[in-house]
Design a protein around this ligand. Structure first.
Ligand SMILES: [Zn+2]
Length: 175
């Protein structure tokens, strides 16, 4: 009974970052990913050994981005003190990676992620999900999440290093 209970572990969908109890292995854009049943619709099942042909990539990317945008900090802030992704995460990742002489490709390989994901994170186009945040923090020895008391986004950003531009701020708020 105990072992049965322990086996119920939350997994994180590699596509949308949602915590689910069951992940399906599918091939999306030629990459084998463990995703939730919802995201599995975008890929072909890995077991069939099919290599994904040139699928409707733009649509997948659009959906992905739309999904990413749902993970707005506001959802979490309203609950009070929480660990929140720092606003200048893109610069932190980029600077840390560059300072140890790694290319985006190197980092992607180390983290078992696609280079495009790293590139998008570094440009601030997407917010890394929980799993990726942890991997980045560990690999680069940086802090990407900070404890922020509820509703003080302004203070959090003003105390951030000068790498944050006004454009970044606007972009983040619009998300
Ligand atoms: Zn998913």
């Amino acid at each position: 009974m105990l072992t049965l209970f322990r086996s119920v572990v939350f997994m994180v969908c590699e596509m949308c970052g949602k915590e689910v109890t069951f992940c399906k292995k599918v091939v999306i854009e030629g990459v084998l990913l463990e995703v939730c049943t919802e995201c599995a619709k975008f890929g072909t099942e890995g077991e069939k050994g099919q290599t994904a042909s040139a699928g409707p990539k733009p649509i997948i990317e659009q959906r992905l981005e739309r999904r990413e945008k749902r993970f707005t900090p506001k959802d979490v802030y309203s609950e009070g003190d929480t660990e929140e992704l720092v606003e200048d995460y893109a610069a932190r990742v980029r600077n840390a990676r560059a300072s140890i002489g790694m290319t985006q490709k190197d980092l992607a390989m180390k983290l078992n992620e696609k280079q495009t994901i790293i590139s998008k994170v570094e440009s601030g186009a997407i917010r890394p999900d929980e799993k990726l945040i942890k991997k980045l923090q560990k690999e680069l020895g940086i802090v990407l999440k900070e404890r922020t008391p509820g509703e003080v986004t302004a203070r959090a950003t003003s105390s951030a290093p000068g790498t944050l531009t006004l454009a970044d701020l606007i972009k983040t708020k619009q998300n």
